[in-house]
Design a protein around this ligand. Sequence first.
Ligand code: CA
Length: 362
Amino acid sequence: MKRRQVVTGGALAASLALAGCKQDAASTKEARSAQKITWKMVTAWPKNFPGLGTGAEFLAKAITQMSGGRLTVKVFGSGELVPAFEVFDAVSAGTAQMGHAAAYYWKGKLPEAQFFGAVPFGMSANEMNAWLYHGGGLQLWEEAYQPFGLKPMPAGQTGVQMGGWFNKEINTKDDIKGLVMRIPGMGGDVLARAGGTPQALPGAELFTALQTGTIDATEWVGPYNDLAFGLYQAAQFYYYPGWHEPTACLEAMVNQQAFDALPEDLQKVVEMAAMAANQHMLSEFTANNQRALETLQHEHQVELRQFPPDVMEEFKSYAADVLQELGQHSELSQRIYQSYKSFADQTQKWLAVSELAYLQAR
Ligand code: CA
């Protein structure tokens, strides 16, 4: 370039220099685009576990395929690279570039995360997505994870879960007292106020804990998942509805540095794949839950039970307290609580004249 400038000088040199810069930029971009990148995705689920593990696989495959193989994502089940409850730290540290889990698992280090997982008596999947994508929820979530070098994205909704598996009937509020139950997040705090003892165990440990009597009861997800875990072999009564998780919003988290290092089009691929995974999981649960419930009832003689109204009322009242207290944890927590609460109040009014009215009428 220098020699050309000397020879031709003036305007021509300037235009040549500009062309050279453009060419350099183009070839850098080309080189970046041609680069093959491999990411590790650590998950909080057993590999290929129905709904959750398959949801993580769907996301990984979508990114790999949509990028034409330029960004390959390799999935690790819980315990393969890191244990289920170390996904957050592993992605934050860059041990893996990506993770798939549930935000309420991190309540110990980041209590605010619980708003983005599941809120007892809170928003359903439809409402939650509306808040995250169109109500400022996702920006607040990003703000909460930013200090950990993580970028969160919703990447799967379970829809309304089941109340859980019990070996004794729940007929009155007194039946909750002394109950040792696996129930994570704010649902666990509500159970504690009702006199129970909440436990947070990863999914892979539930069956043994229930069968050996380490716990008296457990919730997991819904019929599709619970059938796969064989929980019906360890408990007789299957309660509904899952007041503690009106949906669990599963998360994809990406190491921010790894994300920033991607070319722009691959960043978009990751975001769009997560959005597709979010919808795909909800559809998968809705499509499979009733079939699985029928198998549980008819082939495994599981007894379906509804929580009595007074038990539900008690849970609901404690849930409001738990949520409000979480909202006072920090300045950020207050803003998330206000945003969540006002959005939930608004959308509930709309759903009363749309979905709720329709579901009752049909
Ligand atoms: Ca659950």
